[in-house]
Ligand binder design. Structure first.
Ligand code: F6P
Length: 365
């Protein structure tokens, strides 16, 4: 029987996931001893009864590099270490099913695992590695918030989508002399917002790394205001908060969902600006999941393909407990421990921030 390498996608979907899967399968096709199988909906496919997985051969992955989402399905709820179950009293609790998962890997002759996911998935990979699992991580997230890689795939596509949206909003801002607010994703790091603001020519960029002062935003807009009230374009990341205030989150009843559901800070900002006495009309657009969907741009397909090939080669070399990472110009392996040790916040002294300030973008500080 061939040795099996199990591939799975976990966390939020992201443009380029299918390009990674295709690259892994194509590279494995050169190895007669190995077969690739894909678990459905992250680890759920292996932990469900009956198990849900599929053999990934060349036919299964033909042409998928241009498709958004993931052909394997994904979930950002629960996981092998905190699997949600309903008690007899109708309450929910979590149980650790990691031992069972490893037993099922043996049953399926899985000799290696490639887990494609964000920071949460990489933490699960580290814990499985500590339990003896031969695992490799691949970093994915549109938020670009994983340290130890220059970029995660999916990020550049999200920036492209957000910039296109900003370009469209600028038209209305100019024509109606309005303030247009574009809320983009970015839980704890404002990478999408910052790139979009620079590329799309926003006057204000608000990011989680810098708590804003609404009076400073007002001042920066009024400095370039004409008699009719002036127009301005503001890009704000969903996880941003004012100096005197908290992040805007919604409650959720989704079982096993551990994240805070962000969204709506753009509307709050509009209210705050109005209260300062700003005369201009204000409109808010929340881009939401549009940023995560659709066709990956060429940059992300290439990065995803490089990650996929490298991950399979690390499997062949037995170089486990690592995550593939982009360190220009190379794709390297870093330990999962290192990958999850720190978070990729924007360095406020970085050239990108200085560039933005240099062209007059206000961060509300
Ligand atoms: O982590 C990526 C991300 O896009 C965040 O920016 C966002 O807050 C989150 O996923 C939303 O995920 P979902 O609504 O799919 O649970």
């Amino acid at each position: 029987m061939k040795k099996r390498c199990l591939v799975l996608t976990g966390g939020g979907d992201c443009p380029g996931l299918n390009a990674v899967i295709r690259a892994i399968v194509k590279r494995a096709d050169k190895e007669p001893d190995w077969e690739i199988i894909g678990s459905i909906d992250a680890y759920n496919g292996i932990l469900n009864d009956p198990m849900e997985y599929k053999i990934l051969d060349n036919k299964a992955i033909a042409g998928i590099h241009v498709k958004g989402g993931t052909i394997l399905g994904t979930t950002n709820k629960g996981g092998p270490f905190n699997w949600p179950i309903e008690t007899e009293l109708g309450e929910w609790k979590t149980v650790d099913r990691s031992d069972e998962l490893l037993e099922r890997f043996d049953e399926l002759n899985v000799k290696a695992v490639i887990s494609i996911g964000g920071d949460g998935s990489q933490s699960i990979s580290q814990k499985l590695y500590e339990k003896g699992c031969n695992i490799i991580g691949i970093p994915k997230t549109i938020d670009n918030d994983l340290s130890s890689t220059d970029y995660t795939f999916g990020f550049q596509t999200a920036v492209e989508i957000a910039t296109e949206a900003l370009d469209k909003l600028v038209t209305t801002a100019e024509s109606h002399h309005r303030i247009m607010i574009l809320e983009v994703m970015g839980r704890d790091a404002g990478w999408i917002a910052l790139h979009t603001a620079i590329a799309g020519g926003a006057e204000v960029c608000l990011i989680p790394e810098i708590a804003y002062d609404v009076d400073k935003i007002k001042k920066s807009i009024e400095e370039r205001t004409d008699k009719r009230g002036g127009f301005a374009n503001i890009v704000i990341a969903e996880g941003t908060h004012p100096q005197k205030g908290k992040i805007v989150a919604q409650s959720t009843t989704e079982i096993g969902y551990e994240n805070i559901r962000l969204g709506g800070v753009g509307f709050e900002l509009a209210e705050q600006l109005k209260k300062t006495g700003m005369k201009s009309d204000i409109r808010t657009t929340i881009l939401g999941h549009i940023q995560r969907g659709g066709i990956p741009i060429a940059y992300d397909r290439i990065l995803a393909t490089r990650f996929g090939v490298k991950a399979l080669e690390m499997v062949l070399d037995g170089d486990f407990g690592k995550m593939v990472a982009y360190k220009h110009p190379d794709i390297i392996g870093v330990t999962l421990q290192e990958a999850i040790a720190s978070y990729n916040y924007i360095d406020l002294e970085s050239n990108l921030i200085k560039t933005a300030r240099g062209i007059g973008i206000s961060f509300g500080d």
